[in-house]
Design a protein around this ligand. Structure first.
Ligand code: X8Z
Ligand code: ZN
Length: 631
């Protein structure tokens, strides 16, 4: 469940390289390498870090190296300062912490933009690969860039701040009570009353129409910023972060989605039939698209909450992890300790004492905080922390592993140069903890004493269905979010068509539809955090592909011969050592090198997912026989 309840925030503040959605969410929520709220000042107070140039002295490779070294030093110092300011804000939201965070973010952004623009002096030089790579990282890592035009960055900052805080403080009055996103989400997850589901689904979307025109203006300014940095538009800039041309990366995404689409269609077909049985033809017809509010999640991005409706009847009873955690009287800290225990079992050094002293593991009672789970690296060394409002349930048990994955990655690459202190790409960062989560199998739960007996093979369908509702259902959602956004950022979708394009993109890829015709002023994308928060979403799509590749490779290294979904790498030091090698590389090498180091392949590929879910797909195909699938 999304736990985004930011009372206010300063949108799109810069965070430097400790970044990724996982890290350093400054007050803008999921963090960016750097964003350009700030003006690119032609008269920056800080001198350019490069060796002084005169008009008739050509720059050299040595100059470029000196420039980058100085830039990294400057950024490293600023990033620690900014991280501490942001942490303060995110764990104690007040007027003052917001103001300080805004200022730190603005300063950081100005620095990042100035340094990125400063690399233009080296264009045309035949730079060694490592330097060219660092310059590329510096240039393309700015999520929402501003041009240096007087006032543009200020205007952009104002808009992004407003967008973000509008989302964060959004409420909807339902049955006389103002409900926030957490409370509305709970209804969507648990209610089985279609009228209530529709009211709440539509209700949450009343927070976003006000965002639409500001969003359009933001796109306009950001594209000017991208142009100044040498990019066609912001979409291309985002797609330039994958060690290949943006067009090639787009083609990669299409290829991967093409691999997964047939699998998704089987799941869609089966779930639609079950919902039809549950709700009847009036509410959910047996053909066509699925009503989005019936899927157990505010954005229909994960369907695990309707497992009870779609559970395969033939499957034996499995276990309910939430009940087990409750029965065993776990508390939030205990869940994090259990997560740490998994990483320790792989031979990865335990978390520092300061992690336990400084993390926010549960929601404080006495102040406003940003509850959306994140993992932070405060000093580029050992000061790693998570910030969660952990609840004792299965979902948060997985989230704990997800966040710890970010923290262990951060610590593993801490000795890389500053611009290489990052994931091999952003999808890697998102995939680490989820990869470990795939090893939370019955055998693992038994070995840590959470269950007494492993469920029999007859329970496999149920186990796989549960995972598919989480992982397979998510793929076309993640693909849709940035498909929509690329269209907008490229200027292909005019503002009047924003909402229709969003509805159509999701209809096409996910086969879902709103419960009723949307109002003319709707801006539904604004009701999903990552749109007003300007967090690129492709990372999650890639992560959901990569985590299965990691899992398959790890299980092969472990000599596992059974079905992939029963494989756990718990306690396997050899696999752990190889995994840590990949983590230690950070962003120092192109991502295919990191991928190859662990999996032996240089390509992202959906065949591991297909193999993992093969038994379920056989079942789904069987069940779907005679049904007209698709929409
Ligand atoms: O935003 C997140 C994480 C932060 S990295 C909590 N996720 C996406 C979402 O909630 O929409 C994780 C899965 C997808
Ligand atoms: Zn994450």
């Amino acid at each position: 469940m999304m736990k985004t309840k930011m009372m206010t925030s300063v949108a799109m503040l810069a965070s430097l390289a400790l970044v990724g959605c996982e890290t350093l969410p400054g007050p803008s929520g999921p963090p960016q390498r750097a964003s350009t709220q700030a003006p690119v000042s032609a008269t920056a107070a800080t001198p350019e870090p490069a060796a002084a140039q005169t008009a008739n002295t050509p720059v050299t490779v040595a100059d470029a190296r000196a420039y980058i070294e100085a830039a990294e030093a400057e950024l490293a110092e600023q990033s620690e300062y900014a991280a501490r300011v942001f942490w303060n804000q995110a764990t104690n939201i007040t007027f003052d912490t917001n103001a300080l965070a805004a200022r730190a973010g603005s300063e950081t952004t100005q620095m990042a933009v100035r340094l990125a623009n400063g690399t233009k002096q080296f264009e045309g030089l035949d730079l060694p690969a490592d330097l060219a790579r660092k310059i590329q990282i510096l240039r393309s890592g700015i999520t929402i860039p501003a041009p240096s035009t007087e006032g543009a960055a200020d205007e952009l900052a104002k808009i992004t701040t407003e967008l973000d805080s509008t989302y964060a403080t959004g409420t909807f009055n339902y049955k006389g009570e103002d409900l926030n996103l957490d409370q509305l989400s709970t209804i969507i997850e648990t209610s089985r009353d279609p009228a209530e589901l529709q009211a709440v689904w539509e209700g949450w979307r009343t927070v976003s129409p006000v965002m639409r025109d500001d969003y359009a203006r933001m796109v306009e300014i950001a594209n000017q910023g991208a142009a100044e940095l040498g990019f066609t538009n912001v979409a291309d800039m985002w797609l330039s972060n994958y060690d290949m041309a943006p067009e090639a990366m787009s083609a990669e995404v299409e290829r991967l989605w093409g691999q997964m689409e047939p699998l998704y269609e089987e799941l869609h077909c089966y779930v639609r039939a079950e919902l039809n049985e549950e709700y009847g033809d009036e509410i959910q017809p047996a053909v066509g698209t699925i009503r989005a509010d019936l899927l157990g999640n505010m954005w229909a991005q994960s369907w695990a909450n309707i497992y009870d409706i779609v559970a395969p009847e033939v499957s034996a009873e499995s276990y309910d992890l939430t009940s087990i955690l409750e029965d065993k009287e776990f508390d939030a800290v205990g869940m994090v300790k259990q997560g740490e225990g998994f990483f320790s079992s792989l031979g990865i050094r335990e978390l520092p004492e300061t992690f336990w002293e400084r993390s926010q593991i549960t929601r404080p009672r006495d102040r406003e905080v940003v509850c959306h789970a994140s993992a932070w690296d405060l000093d580029n060394e050992e000061d790693i922390r998570i910030k969660m409002c952990t609840e004792v349930n299965a979902e948060d048990f997985y989230t704990v592993h997800h966040e710890l994955g970010h923290n262990y990655y951060q610590r593993a690459y801490k000795d890389q140069d500053f611009l290489h202190k990052n994931g091999a790409h952003d999808g890697f960062h998102e995939a680490i903890g989820d990869f470990v989560g795939l090893s939370i199998t019955p055998s693992y739960l038994k070995s840590i004493g959470l269950i007494d007996e492993e469920p029999p093979a007859e329970a496999d369908l149920g186990l796989l269905m549960n995972t598919a509702l989480e992982k397979i259902a998510f793929l076309p959602f993640a693909y849709s979010v940035d498909s929509w956004r690329w269209g907008v950022l490229r200027g292909e979708t005019p503002v009047e068509e924003y909402n229709d394009a969003w509805v159509m993109t999701r209809m096409k890829n996910q086969g879902i539809r709103p419960p009723a015709t949307r109002p003319a002023d709707a801006f539904d994308p604004g009701a999903k955090y990552h749109i007003p928060g300007n967090t690129p979403y492709l990372r999650y799509f890639l992560s959901y592909v990569l985590q299965f590749q990691f899992h398959k490779a790890a299980c092969e290294q472990a000599g596992w011969e059974g079905p992939l979904h029963r494989c756990s790498i718990y306690d396997n030091k050899e696999v752990g050592a190889r995994f840590e090698e990949m983590l230690t590389l950070g962003a120092s090498q192109p991502w295919p090198d990191a991928l190859e180091a662990f999996t032996g392949t240089r390509q992202m590929d959906g065949s591991a997912i297909a193999e993992y879910f093969a038994p379920l797909v056989t079942y789904l195909k069987d069940e779907n026989e005679g049904r007209t699938c698709g929409w």
